[in-house]
Design a protein around this ligand. Structure first.
Ligand SMILES: C[S@@+](CC[C@H](N)C(=O)[O-])C[C@H]1O[C@@H](n2cnc3c(N)ncnc32)[C@H](O)[C@@H]1O
Length: 265
């Protein structure tokens, strides 16, 4: 039997892995006894999937209220993990990006979810403005509530819809920084993100997944991917990769990677 893994979102503990019902029940009871703030234990029955990056979950034990508030670095995120994407494992990445944002920056977040990257930036850099696009209506509604919960109504603006429709109409040549927190769309979103940088100057936080044979990122491979995307789009830009890090391991040898791309600086 493979070891069970878990993550905690607010008061909900999500178990991953396979085991028989009795083992799962005992595991859930043990976790609830150990962590009294856990009110619900659920089993993840599918991978994170589809455009909205959600997963199916089955109740194992506890409360049937699946809405919860996750607290992270003094910020609060209300969400239902059945309907929306949220990962506590991105916490460090949110703080890392937020700490890079300078005064009065205009930030564009293509794939904002329930708002954790946008809100983390707004809370750290109070003079920033973060345009936050999200296609999942339920996530948009939670993002609106989270903006209120975290008192950043003046800094975070929600656009509910498809980034690939909204961006070309509203955000070309307008931002100092672009966030692309969706590896699934990394190839399609990068050329459009470049067009959003005001005067062609700024930073793109690109997220990709890559197969790694060792613990380090293959930067030559990353550069090759960027060049291939540019060649396909028939464009060319001067850039440097100012930072790269493994955000988390998705599977053995498959990493979720952050690449910071600086243009025109
Ligand atoms: C991997 S999640 C990241 C969400 C958020 N940034 C976070 O870290 O919690 C990607 C999000 O992009 C949204 N999404 C997918 N395709 C989109 C599109 N074309 N336009 C806008 N949002 C999209 C999904 O619904 C999902 O909420």
């Amino acid at each position: 039997m493979k070891a069970l893994a878990f993550e905690i979102i607010g008061s909900i503990l999500i178990v991953r892995g396979s085991a028989n019902d009795r083992v799962l029940k005992e595991y859930a009871e043990e976790k609830m006894n150990k962590h009294p703030y856990i009110k619900t234990v659920m089993l993840q029955t599918t991978k994170i999937q589809g455009q909205e990056r959600t997963r199916e979950l089955k109740l194992l034990l506890g409360n049937k209220n699946f809405e919860t508030i996750h607290r992270e670095h003094g910020n609060q995120y209300l969400l239902n993990p059945l309907d929306t994407f949220f990962s506590p494992r991105l916490s460090f990445e949110r703080q890392r990006i937020a700490s890079l944002v300078k005064e009065n920056e205009i930030v564009l977040n293509f794939f904002a979810g329930v708002g954790p990257f946008s809100i983390a930036i707004a809370k750290k850099q109070k003079s920033s403005l973060i345009h936050s696009i999200e296609i999942n209506e339920k996530s948009c509604n939670y993002m609106r509530k989270n903006i209120e919960l975290n008192n950043c109504e003046d800094n975070v603006i929600v656009y509910c819809g498809d980034a690939f429709d909204i961006v070309p109409h509203k955000f070309l040549n307008s931002a100092n920084r672009v966030l692309l927190p969706l590896p699934l769309e990394s190839k399609r979103s990068l050329p459009l993100a470049i067009e959003c940088l005001e005067g062609g100057i700024g930073t793109i936080h690109w997220q990709i997944t890559d197969h790694l044979s060792s613990k380090s990122i293959d930067l030559n491979g990353v550069t090759k991917s960027i060049e291939e995307i540019f060649a396909r789009e028939n464009v060319s830009f001067e850039y440097i990769i100012s930072e790269h890090r493994i955000i988390r391991w998705i599977a053995p040898h498959i990493a979720h990677i952050a690449i910071d791309i600086e243009l025109g600086r």
